[in-house]
Ligand binder design. Structure first.
Ligand SMILES: [Zn+2]
Length: 376
């Protein structure tokens, strides 16, 4: 993007989102689906869309030693906007064994220490237990390395980014002795029961809500019980999108609304970094009429149609803006999570947003960003 085309848009003052769960190392953000390439990496467009709709910060998830490294590098390119975690997901602890254990955990600790020092690593995780997916890692192996990583988290002095699926009792039993020694944590992507929620709240944890937490009527009932002073919001992108078949979907309305306030774009168009260089603004023979997403003012395309969308001069929103990819969740969708929570809790969007923002900045020790404009 050339500097002479730079534009500024005022940030909306009352809406500030912090997405606590984003997986930018996932191949889908680099255009690869099930091992097959479909389009060029469009992370810059994904971030531009997020900024357009007031996502003012994100915590990227590290889920193994290698991925934590890559995640940290990505976060490094967007200072004061992207932050990251370091840790090994319960489904990935199978890559640690008695032979590589001491080296692996030492490297993990070093990465967390140096990342914390540079101000990018804001939590240790994601760590925890996942008994829904024992085919990746058996129970005892998960428990062992959950504990060993908790030891590291205490040494490093970072809050926890936790993952817990169908393992509430073991989870609580393992983590309880550590509680007085850690600076708290968030149980992200919460899909548990009311009883499980109560137990986690009693331990003092924050609860992260995304599309996976809003799938069924039972889920919705549980989410309606989360106190605002313990709530965090996330997309878990590219996963956990809110689908039409999900119970929460009925609460969603289309842009412009409270969660996605009207964007006033400058007259001139912009060209975004991922514009294909060989493209022309004349639609090719194969090009389909452009369909916008039902909720957001961006084109919605199947991944295999991405390359046909060759428009040189792109706008920030509307038919000529960079496309969303069907079935791939991304941070700009966080407003949908908020709209459903506000409805369930009978709260204003502003209150939900303010609380989640405050909770995230408090836990991860991030200074409030108060820029008035984003420049693209
Ligand atoms: Zn998770």
């Amino acid at each position: 993007m050339s500097t002479d085309r730079k534009q500024s848009i005022p940030f909306n003052k009352s809406i500030k989102y912090f997405d606590i769960g984003v997986n930018f190392t996932d191949p889908m953000f680099h255009g690869e689906y099930n091992g097959k390439p479909a389009h060029p990496s469009d992370i810059e467009d994904v971030i531009l869309r997020a900024k357009t709709f007031n996502v003012r910060g994100m915590l990227l998830t590290g889920s193994s030693l290698e991925e934590s490294r890559t995640t940290l590098n990505i976060a490094n390119s967007y200072p004061n906007y992207l932050y990251s975690t370091v840790g090994v997901h319960p489904c990935s602890v199978n890559e640690i064994n008695s032979e590589n254990e001491s080296q692996y955990l030492d490297n993990l600790k070093e990465l967390a220490i140096s990342g914390k020092k540079s101000g990018i690593v804001k939590a240790f995780g994601e760590i925890g237990l996942d008994y829904d997916r024992l085919h990746y890692t058996p129970k005892d192996h998960q428990c062992k390395y959950f504990q060993k990583q908790l030891d590291i988290a205490i040494e490093v002095g970072l809050p926890l980014f936790l993952h817990m699926r169908a393992a509430n009792d073991d989870f609580i039993q393992i983590i309880k002795p550590y509680l007085s020694k850690i600076p708290n944590g968030v149980v992200h992507s919460f899909t548990g029961t009311e009883d499980e929620l109560k137990k986690l709240l009693d331990l003092g944890f924050y609860i992260g809500v995304n599309g996976c937490s809003l799938k069924t009527e039972e889920n919705l009932k549980v989410v309606s019980q989360i106190p605002l002073d313990r709530l965090m919001i996330e997309t878990d992108a590219p996963w956990c999108e809110i689908r039409k078949t999900h119970a929460g979907y009925k609460y969603l309305t289309s842009y412009p609304n409270e969660t996605y306030p009207l964007v006033i774009t400058p007259q001139s168009e912009i060209s975004t970094p991922s514009t294909p260089s060989s493209g022309t603004s004349t639609p090719s023979k194969k090009q389909q009429p452009i369909k916008l997403d039902p909720i957001l003012p961006f084109p919605l395309l199947k991944k295999e149609h991405y390359e046909r969308f060759n428009i040189n001069e792109r706008t920030l929103i509307g038919e000529k803006s960079a496309p969303l990819i069907k079935s791939r969740n991304e941070p700009v969708h966080i407003g949908q999570v908020v709209e459903i929570i506000a409805n369930l809790q009978n709260e204003s969007v502003e209150n939900v947003v303010k609380s989640a923002w405050k909770n995230s900045l408090d836990l991860f020790k991030i200074d409030d960003v108060d820029e008035e404009f984003f420049t693209y």
